[in-house]
Write a protein that binds this ligand. Structure first.
Ligand code: HDD
Length: 706
């Protein structure tokens, strides 16, 4: 039977609605929802039917003449652009930077001159190793790239959430990334370093050992992008109007304090919500809970640089905050999600070489190499030298230059001259250089022979690794050991496991022993050959996450499991306490439609129980009726909800009626002070207050498989 237009596409009634009216305000299409623009081709021609291609006869072939079809499919076929070779998976948001004070004595950078004057900003957070579609909570470094649209050009601080890096010289970057990415023969594993190639490379690269401590710590499994620090990593320069240079390291300090998840939780979150971090950022910004960081500067001069134990040009080293305090000079606030992910987050082009007058580079060999790589990669990725014409990349200050033409040029200056010097004055003549206002490189003295070497001052690979490890709390040290055991257990080659333990022996004996035991190494290797012996440096409390957590539960999330018969007053009490703390509450029920509360009111749920496991919350409340607890005790997802919350050392509040479910989940009501009984609404404030500690770490030894 011949198919009619209606049978193949829209119904007759829907097609009947396709009425076009041509008015003075352009073409509009009247629908039940009101006037909307008429669908057109890219050329602006109105489209009559977007459901069916043009064909010869009722059942004949599609005609070449169908230009609308051809244009639509052609464009679709070309939708993807190459993903970033690293940091492919990212999430961005708009906001502003606002200085607290004038820094004119240190830098002439325009954005630091006028306290309180806001500079537009765009930030893109990312993971490094995974491709665009990988999960958010992979164990990985997070990119923390900030674009500041200043009045004297765009300044990009292309940093990470870890202040050191794996390698000292950019020439090793392709090797590092090849080793970390999926192995080329098999094409896996995705978005993780737990495989032979990565640890083979690392175990042959002693300069990575400080970074190894950082990546095996919980820094690489942040609870939220909002709860992590950012770092510019390299030493940069700030230069004032008199030409005086001061060395600087950049820090971003989260206003909400730092927080990470535990590894077992990360594994489960990735299944439950691969978009965990982006959803969290989106939700917070949409709710008006704008994440905020303070810009911190570690400022020091040549004398300090010369007296410091390490080379300030070595990106595998920090300068401890105890030696050079972090001066907080302004705040970065993210207050607007993107309108279009592709146009903004995907097409944004960060480049370390984007600096402004008053900021300058140093000779850090990693930074010098990056300054080549970022411009180069944008051409590959965005396909045209005119990527700066895209609104997300264009400066927001006036700009004028003679670079012209090329693919997709859409800032095309008027006037006769496209070169200079020229003898055309005024508008015809175009822009001119300005020795007064223009960027001038800091005139650092240079001499010496051309050499392909690594400076001797870069040779201490273990002392800061030891300092980092020993500065952690016991809980965090245990997490580092567990992470190393997990990763190296995925390494199949015994010699690589042993080689890593040999390095750990130069960092900390107890750590090396714990890892060797955890791997059941049958023979302890000899310590790795070290270019320099490990020094015992002062501990630095700034290196610990747990010592730098928040003092409130603000911005965190409680998951309340509710059932029919939920005590309405208790739930109201919890809602109030959560709101007063600036936290969030998500209601999880057996069915998403909701539950009928004790007072007969209907409460709509946010999640069905298997869509809202406890791993996506910071604390949980079991507000169950006897009937609800009995029902859920038979549900494995409900038992996991409780058991996981306990294993992940979270605070758990519960009604007396919830006990049958808790019992089935193996959680005793008197287990510890993190399991809190609620009987009346006023108890809820105490529960939320207890949650400020975030986790009950003393539960650790009882759930140590985590
Ligand atoms: Fe890089 C992207 C951070 C070393 C080459 N890098 C990229 C991004 C961040 C960093 C945050 C993502 C930017 C975005 O969101 O678009 N990279 C770092 C840090 C490093 C570092 C903190 C060490 C201190 N990177 C590094 C080296 C090289 C590169 C040594 C090359 C020699 N990085 C790139 C790149 C990327 C990139 C290939 C991929 C996409 C892009 O640049 O725009 O050029």
């Amino acid at each position: 039977m011949a198919k009619t237009k209606q049978a193949a596409g829209l119904t007759a009634a829907q097609l009947g609605e396709q009425k076009i009216s041509r008015g003075t305000g352009g073409e509009t299409h009247q629908t039940a929802g009101g006037d909307v623009p008429v669908l057109t081709t890219q050329q602006g021609t109105p489209v009559a039917d977007d459901q069916n291609s043009l064909r010869a006869g009722q059942r004949g072939p599609t005609l070449m003449e169908d230009t609308h079809f051809r244009e639509k499919i052609f464009h679709f076929d070309h939708e993807r652009i190459p993903e970033r070779v690293v940091h492919a998976r990212g999430y961005g948001a708009h906001g502003f930077f606002e200085p607290y004070e004038s820094l004119a004595d240190i830098t002439k950078a325009d954005l630091f001159q006028r306290p309180g004057e806001k500079v537009p900003a765009f930030v893109r957070f990312s993971t490094v190793a995974g491709s665009k579609g990988s999960a958010d909570l992979a164990r990985d470094v997070r990119g923390f790239a900030v674009k500041l649209y200043t009045q004297e050009g765009n300044w990009d601080i292309v940093g990470n959430n870890i202040p050191v890096f794996f390698i000292q010289d950019a020439i090793k970057f392709p090797d590092l990334i090849h080793a970390a990415k999926p192995e080329p023969d098999r094409g896996f594993p995705q978005a993780q370093t737990a495989h032979d190639n990565f640890w083979d490379f690392i175990s042959l690269t002693p300069e990575s050992m400080n970074m190894v401590m950082w990546i095996m710590s919980d820094r690489t499994i942040p609870r939220s992008l909002r709860f992590m620090e950012g770092f510019g990593v390299h030493t940069f320069r700030m230069v004032n109007a008199k030409g005086k240079s001061t060395f600087v390291k950049f820090h971003w300090k989260p206003k909400l304090g730092m927080q990470s998840v535990v590894w077992n939780e990360a594994l489960k979150v990735n299944g439950a919500d691969p978009d965990f971090h982006r959803r969290d950022l989106w939700d917070a910004i949409q709710a008006g809970d704008f994440p905020e960081w303070e810009l911190g500067l570690q400022l020091f001069d040549e004398d300090f640089a010369n007296s410091f134990d390490f080379d300030v040009l070595d990106a595998t080293k920090i300068i401890p905050e105890e030696l050079v305090p972090v001066r907080r000079v302004g705040r970065l606030v993210l207050n607007r999600c993107v309108d279009n992910f592709f146009a903004e987050t995907e097409q944004v082009a960060f480049m370390t070489q984007n600096i402004v007058p008053g900021i300058d580079f140093t000779n850090d060999p990693l930074l010098q190499g990056r300054n080549f790589s970022y411009l180069d990669t944008q051409l590959k990725r965005l396909g045209s030298t005119n990527f700066t014409h895209l609104p997300i990349n264009a400066p927001k200050c006036p700009f004028h230059h003679f670079q012209q033409d090329g693919h997709m040029a859409f800032h095309n200056p008027k006037g006769r001259a496209n070169y200079e010097p020229n003898s055309w004055g005024g508008e015809q003549g175009g822009p001119r250089e300005s020795p007064e206002k223009g960027f001038a490189s800091y005139p650092e003295e240079m001499d010496g022979p051309k050499l392909r070497i690594r400076a001797e001052s870069f040779a201490d690979h273990y002392s800061q690794a030891r300092q980092f490890y020993r500065s952690q709390t016991e809980v965090e040290q245990a997490h580092i050991a567990s992470a190393l055991i997990f990763e190296l257990s995925k390494v199949e080659t015994l010699a690589i496991r042993a080689r890593m333990v040999a390095h750990l022996l130069n960092i900390d004996d107890a750590l090396a022993n714990a890892v060797a035991e955890g791997l059941r190494l049958r023979e302890m290797p000899k310590p790795a050959d070290a270019a320099q012996p490990t020094k015992d440096l002062e501990k630095s409390s700034a290196l610990s996450i747990l010592l730098n957590g928040p003092d409130s539960f603000k911005g965190r999330k409680i998951g309340a499991l509710i059932s029919d018969g939920v005590d309405a007053a208790l739930l109201k009490g919890l809602e109030k306490a959560v709101e007063a703390e600036g936290a969030m509450l998500t209601l999880v029920a057996p069915m998403v439609g909701g539950v009928e509360a004790s007072d007969g009111s209907w409460i709509v749920a946010d999640e069905k129980i298997d869509g809202g496991p406890s791993v996506v919350f910071d604390a949980v409340a079991l507000l169950l009726s006897a009937e609800g607890a009995e029902l859920l005790a038979e549900e494995s997802t409900a038992r996991d909800f409780v058991a996981d919350a306990f294993a992940h050392q979270k605070f758990i509040a519960h009604t007396a009626e919830a006990l049958p479910l808790m019992e089935k989940a193996g959680v005793k009501p008197d287990a510890d002070e993190g399991v809190i009984a609620l009987s009346v609404a006023k108890d809820t404030a105490g529960f939320v207050e207890a949650c400020r500690k975030l986790r009950l770490w003393t539960r650790g030894p009882r759930v140590k498989q985590v």
